[in-house]
Ligand binder design. Structure first.
Ligand code: NAD
Length: 399
């Protein structure tokens, strides 16, 4: 079979000769008891760069020794890109949300052999899920592989926004020492109201991680958490996103992108937020209206915005979130730490081993199966597509 794998570019200076840490901490299981990925074998050392083209997710030896073909490329956008040419006869496509190959309806129509789209990570909104359902293409992702990596990033971003770390760090880099400049937008998070839109694996972990800061915790989700969890965290449940944003100083967005959540944070909802609130969005860029966020930062309706997700990706060089005031953006990195890469590479290998041997793929990894949302897909997504406008990714010019 032919496996097409779209990965981000190698480091500009070539693959690292060594890494800061010689080994990764050992994890036994995820917090809810779910097992970490269980491939029969791996052909890489955990802690190496695996998510870029030369890293190949550690798959080449496994695939080629079993008689399969592996094509790896980062050239994924614009007319005549390599990924489009290779897609035509590919059986399996693997893509990472950090450098998503937007599997639109048009691309799916050109992929006559395609049987499965694998997300090496979490979040399969770059696939037109409706078209996948209509064309019998299964969609899977490596559920939980980087949920806690993202929750760590969220805590970092909440603290850095509220305390105004970026500004203070800049002052140091510029050789300055004006303390008044450095603190005129700096607060403690202690006592603040912090709310998450969605309390799935990431949202709940972010709440747990924020609890020791002595804050008030809130959530909105279409699935209510067990009573015991609400009590443990002294959590306030909100029946609507409007009710949550009206009382929170910090809102973190942790729902998948699908038709119900696309453009959820538009000008109308942002204006219903507590004045001067902060948003941390590590879920998907398209959940927030690009222009409305920038405008709210200009007016002071928002005090800060941080996150690592953009639409499309890579973000065009002139994307307004690169230059708007009081932002703490990173490129899409939270779920692709070296620690996370080791887990999702193992998860992809587990998925491929099952697929080639005709064994069932874990239900928790399943988004679309046999023409329908299933597994985690049925719990966390809705039917339809959120890929429109993704062709703008071709506007990005490498620097
Ligand atoms: P999850 O499936 O455990 O949780 C998703 C939660 O969202 C569920 O509790 C679900 O009920 C809720 N939800 C779905 N639609 C909703 C709606 N309309 N309103 C309210 N709640 C809704 O997934 P997770 O592991 O927590 O990941 C969540 C999302 O975070 C992913 O789908 C992905 O988009 C994003 N993510 C980003 C990165 C990154 O690197 N930045 C990495 C992993 C995941």
């Amino acid at each position: 079979m032919k496996v097409l794998c779209i990965l981000y570019d190698d480091p500009k200076g070539g693959m690292p000769k060594n890494y800061p840490l010689s080994e990764l901490p050992k994890l036994d299981k995820y917090p809810d008891g779910q097992a970490l990925p269980t491939p029969k074998n791996i052909d890489y050392t955990p802690g190496e760069l695996l998510g870029c083209v030369s890293g190949e997710l550690g798959l080449r030896k496994f695939l080629e020794s079993n008689g399969h073909e592996l094509v790896v490329t980062s050239d994924k956008d614009g007319e005549n890109c390599t990924a489009d040419k290779e897609l035509v006869d590919a059986d399996v496509v693997i893509s990472q949300p950090f450098w998503p190959f937007y599997l639109t309806k048009e691309r799916i129509a050109n992929a006559k052999n395609l049987k499965m789209a694998v997300t090496a990570g979490i979040g399969s909104d770059h696939v037109d899920l409706q078209a996948a359902m209509d064309n019998g293409i299964d969609v899977v992702e490596v559920t939980y592989c980087n949920s806690r990596s993202v929750a760590e990033h969220i805590v970092m971003m909440i603290l850095s926004l509220v305390r105004d770390y970026h500004n203070q760090h800049r002052i140091v880099n510029e050789g300055g020492w004006n303390i008044a400049d450095a603190v005129q937008r700096s607060y403690d998070v202690e006592g603040m109201h912090i709310g998450t839109v969605a309390a799935g694996r990431i949202g709940l972990d972010a709440l747990r991680k924020m609890k020791p800061f002595d804050v008030h915790l809130h959530y909105f989700d279409r699935h209510r958490l067990p009573d015991s969890v609400e009590k443990e965290l002294n959590l306030t449940f909100h029946e609507s996103v409007e009710s949550l944003v009206a009382v929170c100083d910090v809102v973190t967005i942790n729902c998948p992108l699908h038709p119900e959540t696309e453009n959820l944070f538009d000008e109308v909802l942002i204006n219903k937020m507590k004045k001067g609130a902060y948003i941390v969005n590590t879920a998907r860029g398209k959940i927030c209206d690009r222009e409305a966020i920038a405008k709210a930062l200009e007016s002071g309706q928002l005090s800060g915005y941080a996150g690592d997700v953009w639409f499309p990706q890579p973000a065009p060089n002139d994307h307004i979130w690169r230059t708007m005031p009081h932002h703490g953006m990173t490129p899409h990195t939270s779920g692709t730490s070296l620690s996370a890469q080791a887990r999702y590479a193992a998860g992809v290998r587990e998925i491929l081993e099952c697929f080639f041997e005709g064994k069932p793929i874990r239900e928790e990894y399943t988004i679309v199966k046999d023409g329908n949302l299933a597994g985690t897909g049925a719990h966390s997504y809705s039917k339809g597509s959120a890929t429109s406008g993704s062709e703008e990714a071709a506007k990005y010019k490498k620097m």
